[in-house]
Design a binder for this molecule. Structure first.
Ligand code: 13P
Length: 231
């Protein structure tokens, strides 16, 4: 039997601690939520009674020290979080994070017993040049270099993020098959992200190699997010 899909809401830079708690109190199903740092502790406290997992959206590649403005894996764990997004497209493309930096962040997460969700995906021009598999392979091999421990992958084609243009279920499945082949490990959950909404989620989640979804905009409203989770 198939496992239940893993649905992660990525709130990006939305919701204060009070708004996060109000959302969690009205959510009546299991989910994962990647919340902004200031909301982590309050969200984790509100979620602990409800089977909701809380995660961060980023972390520092160092464990402690003179890194003004950064947040360590241990600090995230101390707030009650269980997972962390690493290498999200906006970190790569807006903040210039390299595969090497992302790999260092993954190792920090694993050391602290936080489950990292490694985000990968090609840009539109890489897809048009037929380089999708090459890009995914590079992001996986550099990102996972020297990494051992449980992790998840989120395949998020950059052109599908926040555009309303999701990959078709077939296109996403094809990329997930390539990722699974490259990983050579059936137990790593591979989530799809990029314009997931209540109308396309079920078709995506029906695919054999799509184990869940990473939902941005559609995770900000309780009713919309619930209808993605409940199907
Ligand atoms: P959207 O669902 O808003 O396209 O965002 C996807 C995403 O980046 C989730 O991490």
């Amino acid at each position: 039997m198939r496992k239940e899909p893993i649905i992660i809401g990525n709130w990006k830079m939305h919701k204060t601690p009070a708004e996060a708690v109000a959302f969690i109190e009205s959510l009546e199903c299991k989910a994962h939520l990647a919340v902004p740092f200031p909301a982590l502790q309050a969200a984790a406290q509100a979620a602990s009674r409800k089977g909701i997992e809380i995660g961060a959206q980023n972390l520092c590649e160092h464990s402690a020290g003179a890194f003004t403005g950064e947040v360590s894996a241990d600090m995230i764990v101390a707030c009650g979080a269980s997972f962390v997004l690493v290498g999200h497209s906006e970190r790569r493309h807006v903040y210039g994070e390299s595969d090497e930096l992302i790999s260092a962040k993954l190792k920090q997460a694993i050391q602290a017993k936080l489950t990292p969700v490694l985000c990968i995906g090609e840009t539109l021009s890489e897809r048009e040049l037929d380089k999708t598999e090459e890009v995914l392979k590079r992001q996986l091999s550099l990102g996972l270099e020297g990494v051992s421990g449980p992790f998840m992958i989120a395949y998020e084609p950059v052109w599908a993020i926040g555009t309303g243009k999701s990959a078709s279920a077939q296109m996403a499945e094809q990329a997930h098959v390539a990722i699974r082949r490259f990983l050579g490990n059936k137990d790593v959950p591979i989530l799809y992200g990029g314009s997931v909404n209540p109308s396309n989620a079920q078709e995506l989640l029906k695919q054999d190699n799509i184990d869940g979804a990473l939902v941005g905009g559609a995770s900000l409203d309780v009713k919309t997010f619930t209808s993605i989770i409940r199907g």
